[in-house]
Ligand binder design. Structure first.
Ligand code: URA
Length: 434
């Protein structure tokens, strides 16, 4: 088999066989096929697309390019969750202890933030001493004893995706549905769960800018999961404004703790309850999604979800006292407030600009090696549809460096748009794909 024939075939709009897909993935991982040929193939796929069977075959080839995590030592039905990424998205921090508190085993691999979106591991490192660099044995032990553990993604998980993603990033071939779906699902399936709940974001701050595209991506991922005999569903959720009100690592942790205590912003709580209901139902801990939801609401109001979070932080080196008293979490030394200069309504908040403002404050990474400032961030006092009186606080920036704050302030000011007339609130849950 020759790589040039595979490129030509896709360039001419034909479908690739499983053997051809296996050939190029294996050859690329072994270093037998050069970057320039794989780049050409990625561009051909970008323009000509892949059907569902090709997408499933590509996922499988990437999944088996490395080790599949063996979670068989964990008792019970394991459900994983994945978000396609957004600004202020601290869902995992709330969702995982919430479902674990009902006996659903949570064995999750998470990542760090890059660019304008944050990462769960960075946020968790706001707790002194907390670490996700644990061995597979420790990971499994923690899930079996306290019901929850989160670790960083191992190097051996879907290595083909790591190589391909880096290549797509520099050849303008990231935003293709089949390539995104296979990239995400290869890692999720390699992580070994019995069920997968996906949060596909739609809007200005997401990969998918429209609900139609987000639904199409969700359908592709759900199809891949089902073909692999893993129970899979997706929620399409709003990313036309940040989720919750806090953006920035330790600030997001505080908001997650509030939500776990039964308070917190409505949108974050609602999204966690929606995703969590499916996780609990899939795991057989409730007879229906509705029953699962009321069980979860109970765990938020009776303190059990928060207690599970404290167990988890403690088991991975942090202090449970910091969960109950967040005053010692990293805190910025300076603040600056954006106020409304007239009576008005918030008509839009560009999520990406808010994410970039947090990055400019030092809360995000421009490259993988950057060290981030966990204390900085932005608090959104006003969200879309909310009324502002002249002089009201719209957003507060928290930072440690005046020059960085100047730049971030400009970005936050441009993120907001206002209207003299009332504006309806954004719809949070835009669809469910099962
Ligand atoms: N996230 C991934 O893991 N892969 C993609 O291709 C896009 C987003």
């Amino acid at each position: 088999m020759l790589m040039v024939d595979i490129i030509r075939k896709k360039r001419d709009g034909q479908r690739l066989t499983k053997e051809e897909i296996d050939f190029f993935i294996n050859g690329y991982v072994k270093g037998n096929i050069p970057d320039y040929q794989v780049s050409a193939l990625m561009m051909a796929i970008y323009f000509k697309g892949m059907d569902d069977e090709e997408t499933a075959d590509l996922t499988k080839a990437m999944l088996y390019s490395g080790e599949k995590l063996d979670l068989s030592a964990i008792k019970g039905f394991k459900v994983d969750k994945h978000s396609t990424g957004g600004v202020g998205d601290k869902t995992s921090l709330v969702l995982t202890p919430m479902v674990a508190s009902l006996g659903v085993p949570v064995a999750k691999m998470s990542g760090r933030g890059l660019g304008h979106t944050g990462g769960t591991i960075d946020k968790l490192e706001s707790f002194k001493g907390f670490s996700t660099s644990i061995t597979n044995e420790q990971f499994i032990h923690n899930v079996n004893t306290i019901g929850i553990s989160i670790m960083g993604q191992t190097k051996d998980l879907a290595p083909a995706d790591k190589l391909l993603y880096a290549l797509r990033d520099v050849t303008a071939t990231v935003d293709n549905m089949s390539l995104i779906a296979s990239s995400i699902m290869s890692k999720k399936l390699a992580a070994g769960a019995d069920g997968i709940v996906l949060d596909v974001k739609s809007g200005s701050g997401a990969f998918m800018k429209t609900d139609e595209d987000a639904t199409l991506l969700a359908k592709k991922m759900v199809d891949i999961g089902k073909r692999a005999n893993v129970r899979t569903m997706a929620v399409i959720s709003d990313m036309d404004q940040p989720l919750g009100r806090a953006v920035g690592n330790s600030m997001e942790v505080k908001e997650a703790i509030k939500t776990l205590s039964g308070e917190g912003p409505d949108d974050l709580r609602e999204l966690c309850l929606t995703l969590g209901s499916y996780m609990v139902w899939f795991a057989g801990k409730a007879g229906s999604c509705e029953e699962a939801r009321s069980l979860l609401e109970e765990q938020l109001s009776n303190g059990k979800a928060l207690e599970k979070f404290a167990d988890f932080i403690e088991a991975q080196g942090g202090s449970r006292e910091e969960v109950y008293n967040t005053d010692t979490l990293p805190k910025a030394s300076k603040s600056r407030i954006l106020t409304a200069d007239k009576d008005c309504y918030v008509s839009s908040i560009m999520s990406e600009d808010v994410g970039v403002a947090s990055l400019l404050l030092g809360g995000g990474r421009r490259s993988k090696e950057d060290v981030i400032d966990l204390s900085v961030g932005i608090y959104l006092h006003k969200k879309v549809g909310e009324k502002c009186a002249k002089g009201d606080k719209v957003a507060t920036l928290y930072g440690n460096d005046e020059t960085k704050m100047d730049e971030a302030f400009k970005r936050i000011s441009q993120a907001y748009d206002f209207s003299d007339d009332p504006v309806s609130k954004n719809k949070l849950i835009k669809g469910i794909v099962e």
